[in-house]
Design a protein around this ligand. Structure first.
Ligand SMILES: O=C(O)CCC(=O)C(=O)O
Ligand SMILES: [Fe+2]
Length: 384
């Protein structure tokens, strides 16, 4: 059993008196119990998956619709041209309103770097389990558990997802804790530092365009979030003998401001639009971008943080690399004043980014429960 040796509690720079810390410590305690990680189960070629991964029949992923509607693919080339820029702003705003998700091409991040990121991530997953746990122990981090292992095991009733993950911060400097980053392969650190810089540049660009799309000053969101935190989560979904009975990642919206996701070309991500689920087909050289709950609040519900999930398959590994942008914990998240008037009242209560994380973690990663909790009563009538 891979979790049988207790993991020592490493130092953390989180405020140890906070409710968030209590929640994290509880989760951390649960991880000391002996449950295999899914990579081990898959390598052992179990025929039947353990009960804790099996979803009740009414919560199993249904087949997504095969209809002619697919996630918008937006070409970011030509932003220097004023007409083209205007067109891109419109496309981004529309995609964020209708889907909360879009794919981007010509995003400016070198394709060779994307390949290196995928390669070093895969190489980390190929080293032994003991080595992975030794290099990157799970530990309470700044707002959630960080390290390599299983996450979101909140209570005995939690149905576990068929995924292992490596989570750590990339920036700013003080949040990085590089001593817990993978040492194997040796190029991991430089590759992710470079990718972090590139993704920050891309996010700054996107936040400017999305601010414009709301009719706000292009710098509005960036000024609001000050020096944000960028976190990576490398999801590893090994083959599963009973894929229809599990979630790779259960339906959730991201509790951050914005996420940039890189996939490895294997299908698995599904996005919910209204009542239906749509498969996101991998597009070569693209990145997937999604609006997080905090941007939904700032835009007063105009941009949506869509529910999404990952499904798994019987014969292929799948890997996805999410880069999550979060404001510092003390930043107050509220609807932009310019978006509020008599006809458009505030839809959500203002919340500090750190407090939101605590609520988000307590919801067992269920759908959009956390952001819905903040909805102001009279606004519950308004149909978004
Ligand atoms: O694996 C995927 O495509 C989705 C990953 C995801 O939603 C997440 O890490 O939050
Ligand atoms: Fe997600």
């Amino acid at each position: 059993m891979d979790s049988s040796t207790p993991i020592p509690l490493p130092a953390t720079n989180m405020d140890s008196s906070s409710a968030a810390m209590d929640a994290l410590l509880k989760q951390f305690e649960r991880l000391q119990r002996p449950i295999d990680l899914v990579q081990t189960l898959s390598e052992r070629q179990v025929k039947e998956i353990p009960a804790r991964y099996i979803l009740p029949s009414d919560r199993r992923p249904s087949r997504p619709l095969q209809v002619h509607q697919s996630l918008p693919v937006i070409d970011l080339a030509g932003l220097e041209d004023i007409d083209q820029r205007f067109k891109i702003v419109r496309q981004l705003a529309q995609a964020s309103q209708e889907w909360g998700f879009f794919q981007i091409i010509n995003h400016g991040i070198p394709l060779s770097l994307l390949e290196s990121v995928k390669r070093v991530s895969k190489e980390f997953y190929e080293i032994s389990l003991e080595e992975k746990r030794k290099q990157c122990p799970v530990r309470p981090g700044i707002t959630m558990l960080e390290g390599y292992g299983r996450f979101f095991d909140i209570s005995d009733d939690t149905v576990l997802d068929w995924v292992d993950a490596l989570v750590h911060y990339i920036s700013p400097q003080w949040a990085k804790a590089v001593e817990y980053w993978p040492k194997t392969p040796s190029t991991y650190r430089e590759t992710y530092e470079k990718y972090g810089e590139e993704v920050m540049g891309l996010i700054e660009k996107l936040l400017g365009l999305l601010s414009e799309g709301l009719g706000l000053d292009p710098n509005y969101i960036q000024i609001l979030i000050k020096e944000p935190l960028l976190q990576v989560r490398i999801n590893y979904y090994p083959p599963c003998p009973q894929p229809d009975m599990v979630n790779g990642l259960k339906p959730h919206s991201d509790g951050d401001l914005m996420t940039v996701l890189l996939d490895d070309g294997v299908e698995g991500l599904q996005v919910r639009k209204d009542e239906d689920w749509f498969t996101v087909p991998p597009v070569p050289r693209s990145l997937i971008v999604n609006i997080g709950d905090l941007l939904q609040i700032i835009s007063n519900g105009k941009y949506k943080s869509a529910e999404h999930r990952a499904v798994v398959n019987t014969n292929q590994n799948r890997m996805s690399i999410g880069m999550f942008l979060n404001p510092q914990v003390d930043v107050l998240i509220d609807a932009a004043p310019e978006l509020i008037d008599e006809d458009h009242p505030s839809l959500y209560k203002a919340v500090k980014a750190g407090e939101y994380k605590t609520v988000y973690m307590s919801k067992d990663f269920r759908g959009k429960a956390a952001v819905e909790d903040l909805r102001i009563e009279q606004a519950k009538q308004v149909n978004l």
